[in-house]
Write a protein that binds this ligand. Structure first.
Ligand SMILES: Nc1ncnc2[nH]cnc12
Ligand SMILES: [Zn+2]
Length: 324
């Protein structure tokens, strides 16, 4: 049996499938601007990160109650477990919900329910990473963090996402310092569309332990050497990179170059409902289009467990193939 995967870079709102969008719209009496499922599916054609984010945020309008968030996360965990995921560290975007009047408590209680249920039902362990919207003011992110810390709910880490270019990590120095002082593990999206300098800032200013995406590090040999030396995990998302035009095709993806350079690379789905598949779909396509070998898949699986924030006991269980 192959080693289970740890999925370290996925946005739970990005697992909102078209069918669930319609079901939740009906349940919550939200009027959708789409004629039907095909009309919605026809819009999953992106020219860059922003064109995706526009649809991603618009579709969140159907997420209103604790139950909605529990249903959303449960569906992801069921699908991920079926695809070989044994552990997941998932992002959620509070600001995108509280701005629409959804209480932060409802988001966290719904996600928390699903986290507990999936451990019991699927043996899939998981943790939550609160993601700060980098295209919103840092003060708003700080206020959200304060509210979250006041709720005393189990959140593992802090991340930084949304439109990258023009919104450098350095803007969020104070938010990340406060989060780290309160015990949160730090990660940030950097080097997806943004330059290598943003990866340096994520490391030096935000003091992140992992970099989400990071593919543009390859433009800077000194940075690559540092990432290799420090064994900083990079949570790469191949299908996302193709769909958001970071790379032209999967055959052109630099994943193998990164592995061969000695970078600590992992493979993840990012927003599986939008980018053509879950993490096992990413591996299947990499095998078909990049010639990814079984040995490389095994390296990537072991990397994902090593790069996770799971306990040493949990890591040992996953590496031992026990899964539970
Ligand atoms: N790939 C991505 N990059 C930045 N922000 C995101 N939010 C959801 N997916 C994202
Ligand atoms: Zn992402």
């Amino acid at each position: 049996m192959s080693t289970p995967l740890a999925e370290l870079h996925m946005h739970i709102e990005g697992s909102l499938e078209p069918e669930l969008i319609f079901a939740l719209a009906e349940r919550n009496k939200v009027e959708l601007p789409y004629r039907d499922l095909d009309d919605l599916r026809g819009r999953y054609e992106f020219s860059d990160l922003q064109s995706f984010l526009d649809l991603y945020f618009a579709n969140m309008a159907v997420l209103r109650t604790e139950q909605d968030f529990a249903d959303l996360a449960r569906a992801y965990f069921a699908r991920a477990a079926a695809g070989g995921v044994g552990h997941a560290e998932i992002f959620f975007n509070p600001q995108a919900h509280t701005a629409r009047g959804v209480p932060l408590r409802a988001v966290l209680d719904g996600l928390g329910d699903a986290v507990r249920a999936s451990a019991a039902e699927f043996g899939l362990t998981s943790d939550l990473i609160v993601a700060v919207l980098r295209d919103r003011p840092a003060e708003e992110g700080m206020a959200m963090l304060d509210e979250l810390l006041g709720l005393d709910v189990p959140v593992l880490g802090i991340g930084l996402d949304s439109a990258e270019v023009g919104n450098p990590p350095s803007l969020f120095e104070d938010v990340f310092a406060r989060a780290r002082a309160n015990g949160l593990r730090a990660v940030a999206h950097a080097g997806e569309e943004g330059p290598p300098e943003y990866i340096r800032q994520a490391l030096d200013v935000l003091k992140v332990e992992r970099v989400d995406h990071g593919v543009r590090c390859l433009e800077d040999a000194e940075l690559v050497a540092r990432l290799v030396e420090e064994q900083i995990p990079l949570t790469v998302c191949p299908l996302s990179n193709v769909r958001l035009r970071v790379v032209d095709t999967l055959a052109d993806h630099p994943l193998r170059t990164m592995l061969d350079a000695g970078l600590l690379v992992t493979v993840n789905s990012d927003d599986p409902a939008y980018f053509g598949g879950y993490v096992d779909d990413n591996f299947a396509r990499l095998q078909a289009e990049l010639g990814l070998t079984a040995e490389e898949r095994e390296t990537l699986a072991r990397n994902s467990i090593r790069a996770s924030f799971a306990s040493q006991e949990r890591k040992a269980a996953l590496l031992g193939g026990a899964g539970r």
